[in-house]
Design a binder for this molecule. Structure first.
Ligand code: TRP
Length: 452
């Protein structure tokens, strides 16, 4: 193995891996992005398409990324290079590395808001959210602070500090969310929100719904840019990849659904519109905290835990480009972490200023700059990376190689379900070769208006 590998550390156990990968998956994507994307795309109809995308496209795809990572024990570029040296396919890995930095750039802005809200909730006369995110120095400062936290953790090694912390704090976030759901659904007028989230209006499903759902599913599960290749590369051959992936996907989906249950009843009870965009959660939650005894304390705790959930995600976003530069370009890890962090901060500035601080950044072709970045890198680039990687793994590396890898540690994978004439591995191969690429391709074509 190459120089950087041992510095990156190995998961101490299967559960350590599940926590790290679930920590990457669970973050602002579930609690901030999922509700606002669902709100913009018709609620329950979107949720239904989302769940179908997770189960039928993302889960089989996640097995594939993990298989490639564990097999090659490398970052996304190194993994592809190990299988097809000096081929154009390496570009997929490069796209993944770039996507990591760009997602980090806008993600850190929102993480900065989250961090700022820990303190803001203690003020008796807090400035409204729209004013808060329009103050340039505050948001840039908070973004910088958040990137600094990320750099310090990745700098010091992921396994000790953050793994131990997230094991303790993620269950706390979960409990707090349950409590907030109870408050949310018992507000008067909450039932309209439950209906919005759970009772699908099928006429709201359009081509746009599919891209939004697929993009959100890739984003939320940390797929499409080789993160699972990178994290999979630290797995041992004894680990069961199949059950690990099932855990990660289930936990992530559960947290997204809980976030929906927390936000929408309160939103409708407060008489607000569900399509408020990226500001949604930050507008609804503080108002709900006002309705709760010790609300500012509970609110501060909530934003603290959410900041930590965001941190376990930004760590993974930084880890992919860092792993690439250390492994492939032989950069020194400690220096790399600072350089990539500084670069991400630079890229973050226009996103940070796009929420009211600088007027023209608020409207670039109908979207603010942050939403534009979220769309380009969080939806399009991940779906494109996913498309190319399924083709690569299904047809170039080959499903039989991948299936061999997945069967290590999982006897289930080679067995025949319900006495059927084919194995789980064969069903999976069919999904990877045909279902996933065709579906993603059609969804992407639709973005470019091919179907009118
Ligand atoms: N999944 C994270 C979230 O939902 C965001 C994220 C972290 C991510 N690492 C990623 C998204 C890698 C795509 C790829 O908040």
């Amino acid at each position: 193995m190459q120089a950087g590998a041992e510095q990156r550390g190995q998961w101490s156990s299967k559960i350590g891996f599940i926590f790290a990968a679930a920590g990457s998956a669970i973050g602002l994507g579930n609690i901030w992005r999922f509700p606002y994307v669902a709100g913009e795309n018709g609620g329950a109809a979107f949720v239904l398409v989302y769940l179908a995308c997770v189960a039928l496209i993302c889960l089989p795809y996640m097995f594939a990324e993990l298989a490639l990572g564990r097999n090659t024990e490398k970052n996304p570029v190194g993994a592809i290079r190990a299988i097809t040296p000096r081929s154009l396919w390496i570009a997929i890995g490069i796209l993944g590395v770039l996507t990591g930095v760009f997602i980090l750039s806008f993600y850190a802005v929102v993480a900065g808001w989250t961090f700022g809200y820990i303190f803001k909730l203690f003020l008796t006369e807090p400035t409204p959210f729209t004013e808060f995110i329009a103050s340039p120095w505050t948001v840039i400062g908070l973004t910088a602070l958040f990137i600094l936290f990320t750099v310090l953790v990745v700098y010091g090694g992921v396994s000790n500090g953050i793994e131990r912390w997230s094991k303790l704090l993620m269950p706390l976030l979960f409990i707090l969310m349950i409590l907030l759901i109870i408050r949310s659904v018992t507000l008067t007028g909450a039932s309209a929100g439950l209906e919005f989230l759970l009772k699908p209006d099928f006429s709201k499903i359009t081509g746009k719904t599919f891209l939004a759902a697929l993009g959100q599913a890739f984003f939320s599960l940390s797929l499409g840019m080789g993160l699972m290749i990178t994290y999979g590369s630290y797995l041992s051959k004894k680990d069961n990849v199949i059950t690990s992936a099932l855990w990660i996907a289930s936990l992530d989906t559960l947290v997204a659904m809980l976030a929906g249950l927390m936000i929408f009843p309160a939103l409708f009870a407060l008489g607000k519109a569900p399509d408020a965009g990226p500001a949604l959660v930050f507008i609804v939650l503080p108002e709900m905290f006002r309705e709760i005894p010790l609300g500012n304390l509970i609110g501060a705790a909530f934003f603290l835990l959410l900041s930590i959930a965001a941190l376990t995600s930004t760590i993974s976003l930084l880890e992919v480009p860092v792993a690439y530069l250390v492994d492939e370009k032989r950069w020194k890890r400690k220096y790399t972490v600072w350089v990539v962090g500084a670069f991400a901060l630079l890229l973050a500035i226009p996103s940070a200023l796009s929420q009211g601080a600088v007027g023209w950044l608020g409207n670039i072709g109908g979207r603010d700059f942050l939403s534009l970045m979220s769309f380009l890198w969080g939806d399009i680039s991940l779906a494109l990376g996913g498309l190319l990687l399924t083709i690569y793994i299904g047809w170039v590396w080959g499903v039989s190689n991948a299936a061999e890898e997945l069967a290590k540690g999982s006897t289930f994978f080679k067995s025949r379900p319900f006495g059927l004439p084919f194995t789980n591995a064969q069903i999976w191969a069919f999904f990877i070769r045909y279902v996933c690429p065709v579906f993603i391709f059609v969804v992407l074509l639709n973005v470019f208006g091919v179907f009118g």
